[in-house]
Design a protein around this ligand. Structure first.
Ligand code: DGL
Length: 252
């Protein structure tokens, strides 16, 4: 089985990390549109156009399934991609909602959704959660966390100031669970959870693995997964980031 993983840039490596850990694909082909990142600041039509172009890129590689690791792309382009693709296309929003449903049994739980401007504007997490009976949802765009992660600022004063900027007023709201609705946020998972008194976090990578297992009957059947990286700009930086973010990765 060969999976294509698409992201706006390097962020989707957090999803790749989960896929590699679970060894559900023999081959993974990652394509990051690093020339045009970020998608989270773009409008719907632009995101759709970029995603359709990415699908064309994958056409040369004979993949069995396309995983859209980018939340912003999943928010706007999934339906359009499904319309034209002749393979299954899965995104991280459906899987994130399913993960909340499986993990959080209390429908009155206070759930915080964080993501890029595009993802939060789409309102898809909120709609999906409400359809599943959750009613206490707060959604906020936290775009500054994206460049912080890319600058490897994963701790310290700047991060603390950014958390305070976005989250200060939520501190007394007893947040029970947080959807990390952006590829980059798993690198801040512990810090975000700590800020909200050990709130549960929902991670797109782990959520998509569960989703592929439960909805598509994929399973851990390989001894290892091979991965290849492609990028629309500076593939060396993508590979270097993969080495930093994913322990013991073998890059071919
Ligand atoms: N990959 C994007 C996401 O998950 C974050 C970076 C961007 O804005 O393109 O929404």
């Amino acid at each position: 089985m060969k999976a294509g993983v698409f992201d706006s840039g390097v962020g989707g490596l957090t999803v790749v990390k989960s896929l590699l850990q679970h060894k559900i694909f023999k081959d993974i082909l990652y394509y990051g549109d690093t020339a045009r990142v970020p998608y989270g600041t773009k409008d719907k039509n632009t995101i759709i156009r970029y995603c359709l172009e990415a699908l064309e890129y994958f056409e040369n590689y004979d993949i069995d399934i396309l995983i859209v690791a980018c939340n912003s792309a999943s928010a706007y382009a999934l339906d359009e991609l499904k319309k034209v693709a002749n393979i299954p296309v899965v995104g991280v929003i459906q899987s994130g909602i399913l993960a909340v449903k499986k993990t959080i049994k209390n429908k009155d739980a206070n759930i915080l959704v964080i993501g890029t401007n595009a993802t939060i504007k789409s309102n898809l997490y909120e709609i999906g959660l409400k359809n599943n009976g959750f009613s206490n949802i707060i959604s906020i765009a936290t775009p500054l966390l994206v460049p912080l992660v890319e600058e490897n600022i994963l701790d310290g004063q700047i991060l603390k100031a950014t958390f305070d900027h976005y989250f200060k007023d939520l501190k007394d709201k007893n947040i029970d669970a947080i959807i990390l609705g952006c590829t980059h946020f798993p690198l801040l998972e512990e810090k975000i959870s700590d800020y909200f008194n050990q709130a549960i976090t929902i991670h797109s990578g782990d959520a998509i693995v569960e989703y592929l297992k439960s909805e598509y009957n994929y399973d851990t059947i390989y001894d290892k997964s091979n991965i290849q990286f492609f990028a629309s700009s500076d593939p060396k930086n993508l590979k270097a980031t993969a080495k930093r973010w994913i322990e013991n990765i073998r890059i071919i």
